[in-house]
Design a protein around this ligand. Structure first.
Ligand code: MEV
Length: 442
C-alpha cells in the first residue's frame, strides 16, 4: 500500500523555477506573498547572469548573497595584494586589513610553497595471497598509466600528470582491503576531475587485467572495486607563510610593551599547540581568513577545511596550525598548511566575481594563490591573538557587530551615524544598543 507523505514531492527537479517556488510557498509558507517577493527580490535583473547562477546547481530558486570585501595592503614576497574575502562575519575583513597594515610596516609576509602533490585512491577488495597481488600490480603498473593516455595528454603537455601509483595493503586494518594509492601533479588546476577520471580508468584496467591474470585463482581474479576517489587530505601539497621582526619593532599604539606582548602571544600559540579545546577555536579563527579567500576565488572551501583539520591532527592530537618562536630578540610567527587550490577550471572561469577576484590578485598561479590564502590565515590568527592577549576580542567584535544590531532595528542612516558616534566612547553590548536606540527614538 502506498503511504502518503505530507510535504514531499517527486519530480521536483523537473518543475520550472516558478513551479518549484509555488510548490514551496503552498507547502511551507503562511505568508506566501512576502516569501515570493523576497525570493524574487534576490534575482538578478540581468537574465543571462541569473541563468548562469541558476545552472551552477540543481533546484536553484534564488541567490544567497554574501558580502565580498577586500583587505588591502598585504605585502607577500615583495608583491602587494588587495585580498578578496567572501564572508559574513563582521570583524574578519577588518582584522585582516589591520594585520596586513601592521606587517606592511615590518617587512611584510614571506610565503613559500613546499610541495604540490595531490592524492587519489582506488579502494578494492581482494581475497587471496598478497604476494600474488604484488606480482600482478608490478606486471600491470605501466598499463595502468598508459591506459589513461587520452586523459593525461593535455596535463602532461603542460608539465603535470600522474606521478606514481603504489599498491597498499590495508588488510590488517580491514579484512581483504587494499588500495591503489596514486599521486598527481595538477599544476594550476585543483584537479578533482582529472584525478577522479584517472582513478576510474585505473580501476577499470585493474579489474579487467585481474580477470586475465594467470597467476590468480578464480577467487583472486574477482577483485571488487569499492570506489575510486581523490583524497582531500593533501599533506604533500603544503604551503608555509611567515612574519618576523625584532621584538622591539612590535611596539605600536596597541602594543606599548612589546616584550610582554611577544611572550604572551607565544604562550597563546603554545596553549593551542597542546590543548585541543583551544586549538579548535584558534584554527577556526585561521579558517575565517582562509575560507573567505578560498570562497572569493571560487575554490572548494569544504575540501580545504577537511584537509586542513586532518593535517592539524596528523600527530595524533588536534593541534595549532600556527607556531611562534622568540629567539635572540626575534619574534617569528608562521603557519604551515596543506592547500589544494586551482586558478583554472571549475568556477574560476564561470563566476564573474571569481574572475574579478582573480584579476584583483593579478591572475595568480595555483602556487601564488596558496601563498595568499596561507597569509590570510596567518594574518587572521595574528589579529585574533593580538586582541585576545591584549584588550580581549569583544571590544573590536562588538564595534563591528554594532551595525548588525542597528540593522536588526532598521535604524535609518541618520540614526546609524549618531549611534556609531555614541559608541565610539561607550561599550557596545546588545542591551546598550537597544537602550540607545530607544532613547534616540524617544
Ligand atoms: C572568531 O570567529 C574567531 C576567534 O574565536 C579565533 C580565536 O579565538 O583565536 C576570535
Amino acid at each position: 500500500m502506498k503511504t502518503h507523505m505530507p510535504n514531499t514531492i517527486s519530480g521536483f527537479s523537473k518543475l520550472s523555477k516558478s513551479e518549484k517556488i509555488e510548490w514551496l510557498l503552498d507547502t511551507y509558507f503562511s505568508d506566501k506573498a512576502s516569501a515570493r517577493t523576497l525570493v524574487q527580490r534576490y534575482w538578478n535583473s540581468d537574465e543571462k547572469l541569473q541563468k548562469l547562477h541558476d545552472e551552477f546547481i540543481e533546484n536553484t530558486i534564488t541567490n544567497y548573497y554574501l558580502p565580498l570585501g577586500v583587505a588591502p595592503n598585504f605585502k607577500i614576497n615583495e608583491t602587494f595584494y588587495a585580498v578578496p574575502m567572501a564572508i559574513e562575519e563582521s570583524s574578519v575583513v577588518a582584522a585582516a586589513s589591520k594585520a596586513a597594515k601592521f606587517w606592511l610596516e615590518r617587512g611584510g609576509f614571506k610565503a613559500e610553497v613546499l610541495s604540490t602533490e595531490k592524492i587519489g585512491q582506488v579502494h578494492f577488495i581482494y581475497k587471496g595471497d598478497f604476494t600474488k597481488l604484488e606480482t600482478f600490480f608490478k606486471n600491470i603498473k605501466s598499463k595502468l598509466i598508459s591506459d589513461t593516455a587520452a586523459l593525461t595528454k593535455n596535463m602532461e603537455r603542460r608539465g603535470g600528470g600522474i606521478l606514481n601509483i603504489e599498491l597498499r595493503n590495508k588488510s590488517e586494518q580491514l579484512p581483504n582491503y587494499y588500495q591503489l594509492h596514486a599521486t598527481f601533479e595538477t599544476l594550476d588546476a585543483m584537479g578533482a576531475n582529472f584525478i577522479n577520471s584517472c582513478l576510474e580508468q585505473f580501476a577499470t584496467t585493474f579489474k579487467n587485467e585481474a580477470l586475465q591474470f594467470e597467476g590468480f585463482n578464480v577467487e583472486e581474479k574477482a577483485i571488487t572495486i569499492v570506489m575510486s576517489i581523490l583524497s582531500n587530505y593533501v599533506p604533500q601539497c603544503l604551503v608555509r607563510a611567515e612574519v618576523s621582526c625584532k621584538i622591539e619593532a612590535l611596539k605600536s599604539k596597541d602594543i606599548p610593551n612589546p616584550e610582554e606582548f611577544a611572550e604572551k602571544f607565544k604562550q597563546a600559540v603554545s596553549i593551542a599547540e597542546i590543548e585541543p579545546y583551544r586549538a579548535v577555536t584558534h584554527n577556526k579563527g585561521i579558517m575565517n581568513g582562509i575560507d573567505a579567500v578560498v570562497l572569493a576565488t571560487g575554490n572548494d572551501f569544504r575540501a580545504v577545511e577537511a584537509g586542513v583539520h586532518a593535517y592539524a591532527s596528523r600527530n595524533g592530537s588536534y593541534s595549532s596550525l600556527t607556531h611562534c618562536t622568540i629567539d635572540n630578540g626575534m619574534f617569528k610567527f608562521w603557519i604551515e598548511i596543506p592547500l589544494a587550490l586551482g586558478t583554472v577550471g571549475g568556477l574560476t572561469s564561470l563566476h564573474p566575481l571569481v574572475k574579478f577576484s582573480m584579476e584583483l590578485l593579478q591572475k595568480p598561479t595555483a602556487k601564488d594563490l596558496m601563498q595568499v590564502v596561507a597569509v590570510a590565515g596567518l594574518a587572521q590568527n595574528f589579529g585574533a591573538l593580538k586582541s585576545l592577549t591584549t584588550t580581549g576580542i569583544q571590544e573590536g567584535h562588538m564595534k563591528m557587530h554594532l551595525m548588525n544590531i542597528l540593522n536588526q532595528f532598521e535604524a535609518t542612516d541618520d540614526e546609524k551615524k549618531q549611534l556609531v558616534a555614541h559608541f565610539k566612547t561607550n561599550v557596545v553590548t546588545h542591551s546598550a544598543v537597544v537602550d540607545a536606540i530607544s532613547a534616540l527614538r524617544g
